[in-house]
Design a protein. Structure first.
Lengths: 167, 321
């Protein structure tokens, strides 16, 4: 480095000071390489930088979960699952538990409970419907759309799953 | 450097990891990073307290949390941790108590994000910020008017710069690992736009070719990130501007911001110029001002991570005991 001769410097580092600093860099680099090669998110903060690293087949499908509800005042709405503010959980948690929800739709009552707890000022949820918007792709373009309705739960027993297909 | 024999590889590697950069750059970076910690705790990773209050049902501690036997988050504990981080960071941003506050903030913030990432979803934008918080205390004192060349500052800045660059380059590795070599020709961006697209992004589904092009640009830009270490002055400024625009566009289209990483790009900036303009005990011509901002011939002012600095002022007293 071309430090000008005689330029004011702070006290230089000792050999030990340099050694542990270089060692720390090497250790962190090693962990990062290990994480990228063999680790997963569990290794945070040294896990792989896997944001959007999955590939979607241009002839495949894009699925997006939705949760809709009938409210006590007779209105119908799509709940916001982009964050946990509406029903205490967000899209990622729901998607992770989708199989269990389909196997036991009564679990949806927990969402109604969470809504009631978080929004005591609003009409409660009487019926919850869970499904997915599916965009069918062909050659990377949208070739079709469909809505899959998976299951529903009602505070009072009503008819089956497919009697209300929203939108 | 002319006239002296060329240094050996070991010396050059050492010199690269310990660039002589002005202490004042750390002083300004400290203010920015610690102020961002407040934002990070209150806005970016702001769901630790609500998560803690829902009980342990969803708590799945990540490996580091298990390793240090981090107890399950308790609402009162994380509320206290948040209060400490905000108050301590506000004080540390003024360059006071760099070690006494710096180390507890680094550890406290690590615990905070470990909790935040222990509910099934991990953010990948925090590496550089975590590195910054752990290297800043190692510099010791810094002052916006202390423009002396400082190896400690140089190493700390280098670590943050490396973490920034690694975040991009390692993400290419992950794309190859999980998506395959043909990741750029897939429909991942289409997926992102469909699922969390903004008003702007929704228009892009009609031009999938543009999305594929954007995927190629993304991978190439991520792969090219280490080149910033070879750039100086105006070129470096343009390159950093490119990456910041990349994040701005990503935010505009799919509302992904990566702000903790964006803030750490500051480690490449000649922040000492800001320090020199701050009020305070001014000493002789502290740092040379240049009308164009970046780079002027004949002035050895620290501009990039690589460029040595001609420190021009001695502070009134020696600050590093």
């Amino acid at each position: 480095m071309d430090l000008q001769a005689g330029a004011p410097k702070r006290k230089p580092l000792s050999g030990v000071g340099r050694a542990w600093r270089l060692g720390t860099v090497a250790a962190a680099a090693g962990l990062l390489v290990y994480g990228s090669a063999w680790g997963d998110d569990d290794l945070f903060p040294f896990g792989p930088m896997s944001q959007y690293s999955f590939r979607i087949d241009p002839d495949g499908e894009i699925r997006a979960l939705w949760v809709e509800a009938d409210l006590a005042d007779g209105s119908h709405r799509r709940l916001d699952i982009s964050n946990a503010d509406d029903i205490g959980v967000a899209r990622a948690e729901l998607e992770g538990q989708l199989d269990r929800i389909i196997a036991d739709p009564a679990r949806l009552s927990e969402l109604a409970d969470a809504w009631a707890r978080l929004h005591s000022d609003r009409p409660e949820l009487r019926r919850i419907i869970v499904g997915q918007d599916v965009v069918e792709l062909h050659d990377g373009r949208e070739a079709g759309r469909r809505t899959d309705v998976f299951t529903s739960w009602s505070a009072v027993p009503v008819a089956g799953v497919n009697d209300v297909v929203p939108k | 450097m002319t006239g002296s024999p060329p240094p050996g590889l070991g010396e050059r590697v050492t010199a690269w990891f310990f660039p002589l950069l002005p202490n004042s750059r750390i002083a300004v970076l400290r203010a920015a990073i610690y102020l961002f910690v407040v934002v990070d705790v209150l806005v970016m990773v702001n769901d630790v307290v609500p998560k803690a209050s829902t009980g342990a049902a969803f708590y799945q501690p990540v490996a580091a949390a298990r390793l240090i036997h981090l107890p399950e988050p308790h609402e009162h504990v994380v509320v206290a941790l948040r209060a400490f981080l905000v108050l301590a960071a506000l004080v540390a941003a003024t360059n006071r108590l760099p070690r006494l506050l710096g180390w507890p903030i680094a550890v406290g913030h690590l615990i905070w994000v470990l909790y935040g990432m222990s509910y099934g979803k991990v953010d990948h934008d925090h590496l550089a910020l975590l590195v910054a918080l752990f290297v800043l205390p190692t510099v010791g004192r810094s002052h916006p008017h202390d423009h002396r060349a400082d190896e400690r500052a140089g190493w700390a800045l280098r670590c943050i710069q490396l973490a920034v660059v690694c975040t991009y380059t390692l993400s290419v590795w992950a794309k190859v690992r999980y998506g395959g070599l043909d990741w750029p020709t897939g429909a991942t961006l289409m997926w992102a736009v469909e699922r969390r697209g903004t008003f702007l992004g929704e228009h892009l589904v009609h031009v999938p070719d543009l999305l594929v092009l954007a995927q190629w640009v993304t991978v190439l830009a991520e792969l090219a990130a280490p080149l910033v270490f070879f750039l100086k002055g105006r070129k470096l400024g343009l390159a950093v501007g490119f990456y910041l625009s990349f994040h701005l566009i990503t935010y505009a289209v799919i509302s992904i911001h990566f702000l903790p990483l964006v803030v750490c790009w500051l480690s490449f900036a000649p922040l000492e110029k800001i320090g020199a303009k701050l009020p305070g005990p001014r000493v002789r011509p502290s740092i040379r001002r240049q009308p164009a901002g970046l780079g002027a011939p004949g002035h050895a002012v620290a501009i990039s991570g690589d460029q040595a600095v001609e420190a021009v002022a001695d502070p009134p007293e020696r600050r590093d005991a």
